[in-house]
Design a protein around this ligand. Structure first.
Ligand SMILES: Nc1ncnc2c1ncn2[C@@H]1O[C@H](COP(=O)(O)OP(=O)(O)OP(=O)(O)O)[C@@H](O)[C@H]1O
Ligand SMILES: [Mg+2]
Length: 317
């Protein structure tokens, strides 16, 4: 089975400036592979080049160098277009249409008609929880509702690979939870989802693998567990019924001691020595161990560390 998405040395320069246009490198030498059935997070701060990459994959803009493939075929192959879905970053739809009419129109573009089209539209609108409002003109829709219609639009042709540019943007916490659930369902159905985001919690909740882009360049990519697993920053123990005479020794060993209640403490230790060596002597005078937990680096720590150091010169600046 071919990879779902491959980019090889994908590069995009925009021409900026009116009198003396000069190239501005928005994407620099991006090589990535996304396997079928993956939910892949494409992460990066504002201006990193995420939308540019998605537009290159959709052939809304054309590369300065490099190439890209979707489902084993060059992007732009009409046979591929039928098998993919795309939600743009700021979807704009003709807003005198109702949600139902708009989806019907997109369904028509993919060749669906009659009862089949009506059924598809109704099912998708149910799925994104647009109820009776589906008969309202889109200009009366809130931002979050437009985003849901956009998601339904991206799924109208039962796509195998779905590209979502900031799918959670404009959504309230409940809306975000629903979109997360939708993405997970798409994965269960065996589809590939490639989504951009700068909300790291969404990536942590959804993807198996991710790439981090900053200033047009790939800073890191791989499975989230590979990126984060071995970066244990220390460990935390909660103890109770601790006799007060144990405290001075605790304070000398732990990185942080926080009293939760009488005799109950939360303790933070550096990664070394490991808990099994430290705890027996600390608890020798009494006390009960409630929990021990490794303090893992979060995607946010990783992101700040990597993106913070990604300070490169860019062409044309
Ligand atoms: N049409 C254009 N002409 C000139 N420069 C552009 C154009 N489109 C994007 N850029 C520049 O390319 C860089 C990458 O933009 P892009 O929209 O891909 O970033 P992004 O990662 O999607 O950011 P955000 O999180 O804000 O959506 C930015 O510096 C942007 O100003
Ligand atoms: Mg963008």
């Amino acid at each position: 089975m071919p990879a779902a998405i491959v980019t090889e040395h994908l590069t995009k320069d925009y021409r900026v400036g009116f009198w003396r246009p000069r190239p501005y490198r928005a994407l620099d030498d991006l090589s990535l592979t996304v396997e079928p059935g993956e939910v892949f997070g494409f992460l990066g701060p504002n201006g990193a080049g995420k939308t540019t990459t998605l537009k290159l994959l959709m052939q809304l803009v054309f590369p300065t160098a490099g190439r890209a493939e979707i489902l084993g075929r060059p992007v732009g192959d009409p046979a591929v277009k039928r098998r993919i879905g795309y939600l743009a970053e700021h979807p704009y739809f003709y807003d005198y249409l109702t949600a139902e009419e708009l989806l019907g129109y997109f369904g028509g573009l993919f060749g669906y008609s009659g009862a089949d089209r009506t059924r598809r539209v109704a099912r998708l609108l149910d799925e994104v929880e647009i109820g009776a409002e589906r008969r309202l003109q889109l200009r009366k829709f809130s931002k979050g509702m437009i985003q849901r219609v956009g998601l339904a639009q991206a799924l109208i042709n039962d796509p195998e690979v779905i590209f979502l540019d900031e799918p959670m943007s404009g959504l309230d916490p409940l809306g975000r939870r629903d979109v997360r659930a939708l993405i997970l369902r798409l994965r269960e159905e065996g589809r590939t989802v490639f989504f951009s985001s700068h909300i790291l919690a969404d990536a942590e909740a959804l993807c198996s693998r991710a790439a981090i882009l900053a200033k047009g360049r790939l800073v890191a990519s791989g499975s989230l567990s590979e990126m984060l697993a071995f970066q244990v920053r220390g460990w935390e123990a909660v103890v109770e019924q601790l006799p007060s005479e144990s405290l001075p020794r605790l304070e000398a060993t732990a990185r942080r001691v926080q009293r939760i209640a009488e005799g109950r403490y939360s303790l933070e230790f550096p990664p070394e020595p490991p808990p099994e060596q430290v705890l027996p002597s600390l608890l020798s005078a009494g006390g009960r161990l409630v929990s021990v937990m490794p303090l893992r680096q979060t995607l946010e720590d990783f992101f700040v560390e990597r993106v913070g150091s990604a300070d490169w010169d860019r062409m044309g600046q």
